[in-house]
Design a binder for this molecule. Structure first.
Ligand SMILES: [Zn+2]
Ligand SMILES: [Zn+2]
Length: 251
């Protein structure tokens, strides 16, 4: 499993990209940083897009990827109905840009594939299971199992990871910490995690993943987030790191 982190933040700037990662160059997890970080030949390789929820920072590059790769054959967009419906009605609706579920005519660029909570489906060589996660809007994380290894990508998530995973063993957990503990109230209100909330989840998780990679950081709070996570990682010995744009992780 060859994973490339394309975006590790919740805000885009010259130095930061929106949360997004790529598996084996062909399977994208969320669509926040596909066209701003990949070359056109790399964008053409993307055949599957797993979208966690409707928030704009996770779907934005569907339109730019659509126009860039419209002549390169169909790509599948997978998610639950509560995510696909608003994407179709408000983003891939043909009002501001072509509706890539209909364009080009003969073989449209995007095919929306509705999936259900806890029901595994196949993507390439992997078994993928959408798992409901706690957030401000309907959202799923994706449990991805290969021959020997597995990981869970939570997307935006306000906690309850242990409950969502039902004691499933995973090698790597990709999850979010948007705010530092100083913004705990805002994190709870918006359905995001702070280091203390993540720490509570990791203590509950059994079995524990070998590695935890944190994404979706607010860049203005990143220094504090790193300090707070380091204290927990040092006291528990757990391998927890902040993801960064361009980082490659082999599982
Ligand atoms: Zn969100
Ligand atoms: Zn987000």
């Amino acid at each position: 499993m060859h994973i490339q982190i394309l975006g590790a933040h919740n805000l885009e700037s010259l130095q930061t990209r929106l949360t997004c990662m790529l598996l084996d160059n062909v399977i994208a997890f969320d669509a926040g940083a596909l066209t701003s970080t990949l070359t056109l030949p790399q964008q053409k390789l993307i055949k599957h897009l797993l979208i966690t929820h409707k928030h704009f920072d996770h779907v934005r590059d569907l339109l730019t990827l659509g126009i860039n790769t419209r002549k390169e054959g169909m790509s599948m967009i997978y998610s639950i109905e509560e995510v696909l419906k608003p994407i179709k009605e408000h983003y891939l609706d043909g009002k501001l840009y072509p509706d890539f579920t209909k364009v080009p005519d003969v073989a449209p660029k995007f095919n929306l594939v509705e999936v259900s909570h806890d029901e595994p489906f196949e993507v390439g060589d992997y078994e993928v299971t959408p798992i409901k996660v706690k957030h401000g809007v309907p959202a799923v994380g994706f449990l991805v199992k290969g021959d020997k290894k597995s990981f869970f990508y939570s997307g935006d998530c306000g906690g309850e990871i242990a409950r969502s995973l039902h004691d499933e063993r995973i090698d790597v957990l990709f999850t979010e910490v948007t705010f530092s503990d100083e913004s705990m109230d805002e994190a709870i209100r918006r359905g995001h995690m702070t280091p203390a909330i993540l720490a509570g989840q990791l203590l509950e998780l059994d079995p524990k993943p070998e590695k935890i990679v944190v994404l979706h950081m607010d860049p203005t709070q990143q220094v504090k987030i790193k300090q707070e996570i380091s204290i927990f990682a040092d006291t528990t010995g757990m391998d927890i790191s902040l993801g960064r744009e361009g980082q490659i992780i082999e599982i």
